[in-house]
Design a protein around this ligand. Structure first.
Ligand code: ZN
Length: 230
């Protein structure tokens, strides 16, 4: 799975525009580094983590087996601070460390065992384009509801361990929700509803806050930098 993840990732890097905005790229890398450094070393070392900012105007991100993370530049218009971006990245990293792609591959004997992609958002009007991209690169979509909930739960704890504010995960989903767009297509409908997602996150909030406070003084300081055209 990791080899396939890497192959798809390299192919995407060849064919999809990579952002040339260095301040945004550095910002995404900064948040990503904090999240990954918060992982247990054994888990951290099991993957070759890498993050790429693609110049695509969708509020989306994905993670492939082996630790290959993609962020679409449009996400930065919705995830408006480092904490919200960390919520997304921690969710994506959680799919990887929970081995969701392997689970999926073994659950369904789907075609040529493609690579699962962690799609966090399906609320904007470029969703179909995103799905098309996913299928072109051999990802199969989406994770099931249980896996999504699991990634949310692991993610909020992980972002807190990295020193980010877990409350902002709820803010993020609210923003994603109000970002509107057509309803998710039918085959994306296994995603948790925004309301249940938020109440699940809130159930973990006290624990996450305590973990953040105990996070060894980790105090991420990633800033988006000066806005420049994409
Ligand atoms: Zn997900």
């Amino acid at each position: 799975m990791a080899a396939q993840g890497e192959r798809s990732y390299r192919q995407m890097q060849q064919e999809v525009s990579i952002s040339t905005n260095t301040s945004e790229t550095n910002y995404v890398q900064c948040v990503s580094n904090y999240v990954i450094e918060a992982l247990d070393p054994a888990i951290q070392n099991r993957n070759q983590w890498e993050v790429t900012l693609f110049a695509e105007n969708q509020a989306n991100a994905f993670a492939l087996p082996g630790g290959k993370i993609g962020v679409y530049a449009g996400l930065l218009d919705v995830a408006i601070n480092q904490h919200q971006l960390a919520a997304v990245l921690a969710h994506e990293v959680s799919h990887v460390i929970a081995n969701h792609s392997n689970e999926r591959a073994s659950q369904n004997a789907i075609r040529d065992v493609g690579v699962a992609v962690a799609r966090i958002l399906d609320v904007n009007d470029t969703t179909l384009e995103a799905i098309d991209m996913g299928t072109r690169y051999g990802f199969f979509l989406p994770f099931n509801r249980t896996q999504e909930s699991e990634a949310d739960s692991i993610g909020i704890i992980l972002m807190a361990e990295a020193g980010f504010d877990p409350e902002q995960s709820v803010e993020l989903w609210l923003r994603m929700n109000s970002n509107g767009g057509p309803r998710p297509p039918e085959f994306m409908s296994t995603h948790p509803s925004p309301d249940s997602r938020i109440s699940d996150l809130n159930r973990l909030m006290d624990d996450a806050q305590s973990i953040r406070q105990a996070a060894n003084g980790r105090n991420p300081d990633c800033v988006p930098g000066i806005a420049s055209p994409r």
